[in-house]
Design a protein around this ligand. Structure first.
Ligand SMILES: [Mn+2]
Length: 162
């Protein structure tokens, strides 16, 4: 089993990131979906487990990948910031098309700062929202804790930082 913290859009502020790390000591993987804004090295070394950081529209570090496709427990995961696929409001058409072309069944993106967990028959789309500049109604900083069981079952929990 793996506990994966999916976070995004920290925009150069780490106070809430530190809270998330402290509140999820059982996590063993972090995926940051971009707009890390210079904190990539810090985040990379802040935990003793695996970290993937994607490149957002406010990231100038060319070492960060624009997108990544990887497999875990029988799932293919497509992770990207989203701006390259024109995500806007709730329109994720191009992103979904690109992910399905690569046979992915879990699609994750950031950029909109609005959390989404949309579990479908063929694929699931998630967006953890922003830990720094939330834009959904209520504007609470948010992230997603994803649990992948060995048998491939996945659960997604939208969590908030107070
Ligand atoms: Mn952003």
């Amino acid at each position: 089993m793996r506990k994966i913290l999916v976070i995004s859009d920290t925009h150069g502020y780490l106070d809430n990131y530190e809270k998330v790390i402290k509140q999820n000591k059982e996590a063993d993987y972090i995926i940051h979906l971009g707009d890390v804004c210079g904190d990539e090295k810090y985040i990379q070394w802040s935990v003793p487990y695996a970290v993937k950081i994607l490149r957002g529209n406010n990231d100038w570090n060319r070492e960060l990948a624009e997108k990544v496709v990887f497999e875990m427990y029988g799932h293919r995961i497509f992770a990207t910031h989203g701006h390259r696929y024109g995500v806007y409001g709730s329109d994720v058409t191009r992103l979904v098309y690109a992910a399905l072309q690569e046979d992915c069944d879990i699609i994750m993106y950031g950029h909109t700062h609005v959390p989404v967990i949309d579990e479908g028959e063929d694929y699931t789309i998630i967006n953890p929202g922003s830990l720094t500049y939330p834009r959904q109604s209520g504007r609470k900083p948010s992230y997603i804790l994803m649990t992948m069981e060995d048998d491939g079952n996945v659960t997604y929990e939208l969590k908030y930082v107070d």
